[in-house]
Write a protein that binds this ligand. Structure first.
Ligand code: SAM
Length: 191
């Protein structure tokens, strides 16, 4: 019983829902993408802000806890709300253009097995769709999780009014290095 409570706390990772200010900042970064998938939609604070920048038919919200999924479905009847894990939802997502993956997942506190599966799915997603981005906030000073070479984290901004203050980061896939064939200049003395 205690183990279940602890695991639930590690999956939730927060004492309060995301503030309106944090939700609006996250949503503004998702504006202009072809599609948006929200991971760990929770109580729907970020979902609400996302409905202002993307039409509901291009927004999918993913949440693990059925109690919250029920509330999300009631509150946002036109948004596709998926009950399940973020890694599963990302792996089966129907990509149609650049996608903003907006995440409230608490990577710092997620159980190690869940974190590993989720990070691998995010990286696979960005490899399959390099114009897509992971938009993620964290309460820590460092990037939300370590990304391998070939990926780049950019710190975007702190939202100090959130409780606790949150920092927004964006993860992208770096362009593959183009092997430039260096042709030797023609030597007229050689045939
Ligand atoms: C920080 S809380 C939600 C924050 C949300 N923006 C809000 O204001 O309520 C993180 C959410 O991620 C969900 N979650 C944790 N691990 C998950 C996973 N692997 N897949 C999907 N959702 C997950 C939790 O159930 C929790 O609702």
């Amino acid at each position: 019983m205690w183990a279940r409570i602890q695991r639930r706390a590690r999956l939730t990772g927060s004492v309060a829902p995301s503030s309106v200010r944090l939700a609006d900042e996250l949503a503004s970064l998702a504006a202009g993408f072809d599609q948006v998938i929200e991971l760990g939609a929770g109580s729907g604070a970020v979902t609400r802000a996302l409905t202002h920048v993307v039409s509901p038919d291009r927004l999918e919200a993913v949440e693990l806890q059925i109690r919250l999924v029920t509330i999300l479905r009631e509150t946002y009847p036109h948004v596709e709300v998926t009950h399940g894990t973020a890694d599963f939802a990302l792996d089966r997502f129907n990509m149609a253009g650049a996608t903003a993956v907006v995440s409230s997942l608490p990577f710092r506190s997620l159980p190690a097995d869940v974190k590993q599966l989720t990070v691998q799915s995010v990286l696979r997603f960005l490899v399959a769709s390099p114009s897509s981005r992971l938009i993620q906030f964290t309460y820590g000073l460092r990037e939300p999780f370590l990304a391998p070479p070939g990926f780049e984290w950019r710190r975007i901004k702190w939202v100090m009014s959130n409780l606790p203050p949150a920092c927004i980061w964006i993860l992208s896939k770096l362009a593959d290095e183009v092997a430039v064939a260096t042709e030797k200049p023609h030597d007229p003395n050689r045939s």
